[in-house]
Design a protein around this ligand. Structure first.
Ligand SMILES: C[S@@+](CC[C@H](N)C(=O)[O-])C[C@H]1O[C@@H](n2cnc3c(N)ncnc32)[C@H](O)[C@@H]1O
Length: 299
């Protein structure tokens, strides 16, 4: 995948929008997420970036948690450690580190240990990465992986009786306001780019959450899904700029008419500067609870 796309700056820019979107979706997922009141969760966060998924989930899950944050980018993992420390201190939690560079965060409603694991998720054997986890989670990942990759992980989670939570799966549609005559052309080219190989084989793209929900249900999981759309209003100019630039860049790579995309970008730039652009981007969150009586964990 393109390192540039996943810089710590980009992940910081999107985190408040992710947080707001997930907060809206959470009431639909919480009954399943909190249903099997586990006080000792062991969580693997796939493609953890700077730790935003932990920052969202840890206070909501409560109790004792052990996190393994996995990413292939060691720079992001260093940033994750720093950002989690700052976040915990802002919440008034006690923070300490251990010899292995892990973090312990002792907050009012949860206590967690986090370790940071550099790993290429395109290459690792899922059962090895899952280990003794009770929850496998990922945010902003599943639309970028292939059907084959997703199925291998679902099979491994089902085999070990591990719960699954996939958040912020991009569902494709971008609804720009005001509308522009070339939004459709940009969307078509952007969507083609979305499905290109991001390192895990041809990417599933916008159907990822629904496909994962179907495959998890077929594997015996109880599944809940909820929309987690980004809503980006006119004052959020930095995010709008990133979205216009990102759409234009991806669409230009795929379009037969780059001049159409270039003119679209120019008009959207003017919309941002006039403070009249707003955008909704479709996302979908998913929580899947394993049937513990069917655990086939060996040994
Ligand atoms: C869209 S970002 C999401 C980061 C984080 N989960 C969040 O929600 O902010 C995608 C992440 O996937 C990671 N990634 C991409 N390819 C990977 C691979 N082959 N193995 C492990 N991590 C990978 C990137 O480094 C990046 O952190």
């Amino acid at each position: 995948m393109n390192e540039q796309t996943f810089s710590a700056d980009w992940l910081s820019l999107r985190e408040p929008f992710d947080d707001a979107a997930r907060t809206r979706a959470w009431p639909s997922l919480a009954p399943l997420a909190l249903g099997q009141a586990a006080d000792d969760r062991r969580i693997v966060d796939l493609a953890a970036g700077t730790g935003a998924n932990l920052r969202f989930l840890a206070p909501r899950l409560g109790g004792n948690q052990r996190w393994r944050l996995v990413d292939h980018d060691p720079v992001l993992l260093i940033s994750a450690r720093r950002q989690l420390t700052d976040w915990a201190l802002r919440r008034g939690a006690r923070v300490s580190s251990d010899d292995q560079q892990g973090l312990t965060i002792d907050a009012a409603t949860f206590k967690l240990h986090a370790e940071f694991v550099p790993l290429d998720l395109a290459a690792v054997e899922p059962l090895v990465a899952i280990g003794d986890a009770t929850l496998v989670t990922a945010s902003a990942l599943i639309d970028l992986v292939s059907v084959t990759w997703l199925q291998r992980w679902i099979d491994a989670c089902a085999r070990t009786g591990t719960d699954v939570a996939f958040a912020l799966n991009c569902a494709g549609h971008a609804h720009w306001r005001p509308a522009d005559e070339d939004d459709v052309a940009v969307a078509r080219a952007f969507s083609a780019h979305h499905r290109t190989n991001k390192g895990f084989g041809p990417a599933i793209g916008p159907e990822a959450a629904d496909l994962a929900a179907q495959r998890l249900a077929a594997a015996g999981y109880t599944v809940a899904t909820a929309d987690s759309h980004w809503s980006i209003d006119a004052p959020s100019t930095a995010m709008l700029q990133a979205m216009v630039d990102g759409h234009a860049r991806a669409a230009t790579e795929m379009s037969d008419s780059p001049e159409v995309i270039s003119r679209w970008r120019g008009r959207r730039q003017a919309d941002i500067e006039a403070g009249r652009l707003a955008l909704v981007v479709g996302h979908r969150d998913l929580w899947a609870s394993a049937d513990r009586s069917a655990i086939r964990r060996s040994g």
